[in-house]
Design a protein around this ligand. Structure first.
Ligand SMILES: O=C(O)CCC(=O)C(=O)O
Ligand SMILES: [Fe+2]
Length: 184
């Protein structure tokens, strides 16, 4: 986490600057990076990948997710337009950065969280290490005043992060459905 944190801060600074947030102060920090969670995921080899849920289609409930994947592959993101899936090929030394629902909501849809899924491999085990950059559980987030200052209509209400998180885990993965929880 020591090496990851400065990269996370830099990425968030750049993304938030485009939303007119000049500096990430303590309250903003608690919203965009109040909780950092590292997962170590093992996808066992499976002779019939099409019969197995590696990771069902979902969008992350993070502000951003930073993912290190090994060289097996199997991560797919939804095509921006259409129903297809695009493989995210492993690139040695590269990290995959996902936008999560929290940034989509805060940006009032300027940024879009990416729907993704994982298909397991028929001949090799796969390991991935995502870092979820989440709000603190008690942080309240919604469309930023900086984004709405020109009279733009908010598309989302303000929600407590733990409510959003619990809603996500209360049901199966169903693509980008979770964000409906915060829709106005
Ligand atoms: O294993 C991966 O590549 C992605 C995992 C994932 O999407 C998740 O844990 O939210
Ligand atoms: Fe994910």
């Amino acid at each position: 986490m020591k090496w990851a944190k400065p990269i996370i801060v830099k990425l968030l600074e750049v993304l938030l600057e485009k939303l007119n947030v000049k500096q990430i102060d303590e309250p903003m920090k608690s919203v965009v990076m109040g909780t950092l969670i590292v997962n170590l995921i093992h996808y066992p080899v499976c002779p019939n990948p099409e019969l197995t849920a590696g990771a069902g289609r979902h969008a992350d409930v993070s502000s951003i997710t930073m993912l290190l994947q090994d060289d097996v592959g199997g991560l797919y993101v939804r095509e921006p337009k259409g129903d297809g899936w695009i493989h995210v090929p492993p690139v040695k030394g590269a990290l995959v950065i996902n936008i999560g629902d929290v940034l989509q909501i805060m940006s009032n849809d300027r940024y879009k969280s990416v729907e993704h899924r994982v298909i397991v491999n028929a001949s090799r085990n796969r390991v991935s290490v995502p870092i979820f950059v989440n709000p603190a559980p008690d942080a309240v987030f919604g469309p930023l005043t900086q984004v709405l200052e020109n009279g733009e209509k908010p598309l989302y209400k303000h929600v407590v992060y733990s409510d959003y998180f619990n809603y996500f885990f209360s049901k199966g993965h169903e693509g980008k459905q979770t964000i409906e929880f915060a829709k106005l």
